[in-house]
Design a protein around this ligand. Sequence first.
Ligand code: ADP
Length: 399
Amino acid sequence: MSSRLVLVINCGSSSIKFALRREGVDEPLLSGLAERLYSDNATLNWQAGDSKQQINLADGEHTTAMASLLPLIDEYADQPLSAVGHRVVHGGEHFTCAQVIDDRVITAIRASAPLAPLHNPANLMGIETAMKVFTETPHIVVFDTAFHQSMPPRAYRYALPEELYTQHSVRRYGFHGTSHHYVTNQASLMTGRQPGEGAWLTAHLGNGCSSCAVLDGKSLDTSMGLTPLEGLVMGTRSGDVDPNLHFHLVRTLGWDFLRIEKLLNRESGLLGLSGLSNDMRQLVEARAEGHVGAELAIDVFCYRLARSLAGLAVALPRLDGLIFTGGIGENSALVRELTVSHLGIFGLQIDTQRNDSLPRGQAGTIQMPDSPAILVVPTDEERQIGEESLSLLDSAPTH
Ligand code: ADP
């Protein structure tokens, strides 16, 4: 029998991202996305090798989408699935690693829902639907927060009264853990170390953005906190603001908390600063044409990112390298160059020629000879979830 197969499912409120992976193989056998669920134009797109296909999902609910996956899996899987791996955003303080899903795990995911109201209920719906469709296979969950459970109290506690932590779970959790974990493993392999070995700063820059300090495979601090709003400037999220802003808006504009929540989550970040777009690619193009808002947005984004990375550096005993990942980190030479230009104090120096010529989607090193490593590493959260699911089976067999 060839290497094991794992199906990875990332279920959102109106989409399901999936990948069928063979253990130890870089490219998935099959990957795809069911999107716009619950709308009239719900679709299922998938790709296997060079072939791409799409079908309409007439009755586009999660159950229909998941059921449409079954014949696809049957077509591409040449042996039974060994596991179905699920992504869940918030695991609270309950979990430090992947878990085989049982009633206890489902109860804990539900208990963490108030901390991630947009994500956890959708993730859970994906798990419950998939468990009805893939009945013969162990289901495993990997949490975005789990990788950061190694942070020490000085990094995860807020300077708030203790009972808010002990009785109401108010602390910093961190997110994007699967990505920070994956890219640090890759960076250590790319620089001739054991997986995870080394002292790294990572910048995951997608629609959501977070930075992290990782030492020998353990997260020591990260920019996101209780929720994914804290920290860096993001597509539409503000990142850090003075907490008194809330009271200022209440007093001066009469806003309520729903209005403020919308402002900080949906109207701010790159979109708010530029007045143009939350999409970095569009902003880079507009900046080149002299758009003042786009220039300011990119400037603030890079400066605040550099400031966050510099702050996180205090968690590390030394710096072996800086890693860029996510749609922006992997594709924008400009963002990488501007960010590193603020980090000369760490000896970081970018090789602009290598930075500019790195092919999109490829991993590479882009530092000058005397600089600590600067790496671009395409993230692959599905692969990380698949690998963690299979290694959990090895350590805790379910049959
Ligand atoms: P998500 O967090 O939703 O997974 P991605 O990791 O795909 O998002 O990142 C999306 C971001 O990456 C967008 O801001 C997009 O504009 C940006 N991006 C993609 N390609 C480029 C590019 N060539 N140059 C600049 N930004 C890019």
